[in-house]
Design a protein around this ligand. Structure first.
Ligand code: ADP
Length: 422
């Protein structure tokens, strides 16, 4: 198929996805528990946008001519890598599908994608829409299944040429090992995080509270880049804690299909139990429980929006990824100190900085060892902006121009010139 044909099919798919936003958003909410409004108004439109972005790339991918020493004509061919194996998590099923499938198809690959066992529905629906859009049979293959069986089979398959994985750091290590033990397929990994959200002394506290609140509570706290360590300068600390508690107490929790609901249930009982264990550990380690701390109501996997203050760096709630609606507030005195403390993590996915001081913003954004720095904003996921982690948050970048390299092979073609003088 020509690159232009590929581009048109992806665009047709994006149109269909847009037309079926309501159904797909409902599937996301049934599967995951996330607020329907969030899926319908934010996530599905972002998914559509991402496919349109990569459709635009399909016919603009090409190699170079290279001025080599000697009597040679040298060119590079940018070829599809082959069969892309992809494993995605349950927190943003459609969006993760788009980050993986968009660039892979734009570059001319075929795909076998395994969805998370908790959230298989939307990708199956999307596959049907791809079929309607004219994608030939066999180009996009959606597999529902469990990690250690279906996922591991994909990671270790000898005829899968590339693996892209999003999930926990522990599982990332497993798939990397399976890939290296089988055919050494290249692996991109987007893993966990414990991202710092830094509120500087010049901050407008009300704005900082609101932004840091959504940075950690968005999607029931189930985001790899959740701003789950809220560092607050000592000059604004007391006011911030008071207002952060009030904001969390105001968060509307309940049936995710209801209008105005900000927080639905956690995805399953495993996550629910794990988060409650983390909360207990925060209390036991001496952090101050400002609000929340228990299940919400008596039915379903709902958790009270929870805020801890007086959190210390060595507490497990400040070190381990909780993946739930739990804010940990830590106090700091100066920039050098907060840089060291923010970087003192095995993760390095993202950071938020809240300041209007240009020098502070520049210093922090250069010093933090993370893949994304958001200044006076958070969770901005434009299709063109790369996303990925430092350290144990993974390797490789997704979205933007950077993701194309994950799905291309470069071939150098060197031709001897018969008459080099021309
Ligand atoms: P979480 O703990 O947040 O569910 P996981 O990393 O376990 O995150 O899951 C992310 C994805 O990885 C899911 O699609 C899951 O099925 C898959 N997975 C889990 N274990 C394995 C494994 N051993 N091999 C390959 N894939 C796996």
């Amino acid at each position: 198929m020509t690159a232009y044909e590929r581009s048109k099919i992806i665009l047709r798919f994006a149109d269909l996805l847009e037309q079926h936003t309501d159904e797909i958003a409902a599937l996301e909410t049934w599967d995951n528990g996330k607020p329907y409004e969030q899926a319908a108004k934010t996530e599905i439109p972002m998914t559509v946008r991402l496919f349109r972005y990569y459709a635009g790339w399909a016919d603009k991918i090409h190699g170079l001519t290279v001025p080599a020493d000697g009597p040679y004509h040298v060119q590079t061919l940018h070829e599809p890598i082959g069969v892309a194996g992809q494993i995605i998590p349950w927190n943003f099923p459609m969006l993760m599908f788009s980050w993986k499938v968009g660039p892979a198809l734009a570059c001319g690959n075929t795909v076998v994608i395994k969805t998370a066992e908790q959230t298989p529905l939307s990708a199956v629906y999307a596959a049907k829409l791809f079929h309607e859009a004219g994608l030939p049979d066999g180009v996009l293959n959606v597999v529902s299944g469990f990690g250690p069986t279906a996922g591991a089979a994909l990671a270790s398959h000898m005829e899968v040429d590339k693996l892209a994985f999003t999930g926990s750091t522990d599982t990332g290590k497993i798939v990397l090992e399976l890939a290296s033990k089988s055919n050494l397929k290249p692996v991109t990994l987007e893993l966990g995080g414990k991202s710092a959200f830094i509120v500087c002394e010049d901050a407008d506290v009300d704005q900082a509270v609101e932004l840091s609140h959504s940075a950690v509570f968005f999607n029931q706290g189930q985001c790899c880049c959740a701003g789950s360590r809220t560092f607050v300068h000592e000059h604004v600390y007391n006011e911030f804690v008071e207002k952060a508690r009030a904001r969390a107490m105001n968060r509307s929790v309940g049936d995710p299909f209801k209008v105005g609901i900000e927080q639905g249930p956690q995805v399953d009982s495993d996550q629910f139990e794990k988060i409650l264990r983390c909360i207990r550990s925060g209390v036991e380690s001496g952090a101050i429980l400002e609000t929340g701390g228990d299940r919400f109501g008596s039915n379903g996997y709902y958790i009270q929006p929870t805020v801890f203050s007086n959190v210390q760096d060595d507490m497990s709630i400040a070190r381990e990824e909780i993946f739930g609606p739990v804010q940990s507030i830590l106090k700091f005195k100066d920039l050098d100190e907060v840089i060291k403390r923010a970087n003192n993590s095995r993760y390095g996915l993202a950071a938020g900085i809240f300041t209007h001081n240009l020098d502070t913003a520049n210093t922090l954004s250069r010093a933090l060892k993370v893949g994304t720095v958001w200044i006076n904003c958070y969770d901005v996921f434009d299709a063109a902006v790369p996303f990925g982690g430092y350290k144990m948050s993974g390797n490789g970048r997704e979205k933007g121009i950077y993701s194309l390299n994950n799905y291309l092979q470069v071939k150098a073609v060197v031709t001897a010139l018969k008459n080099p003088s021309w």
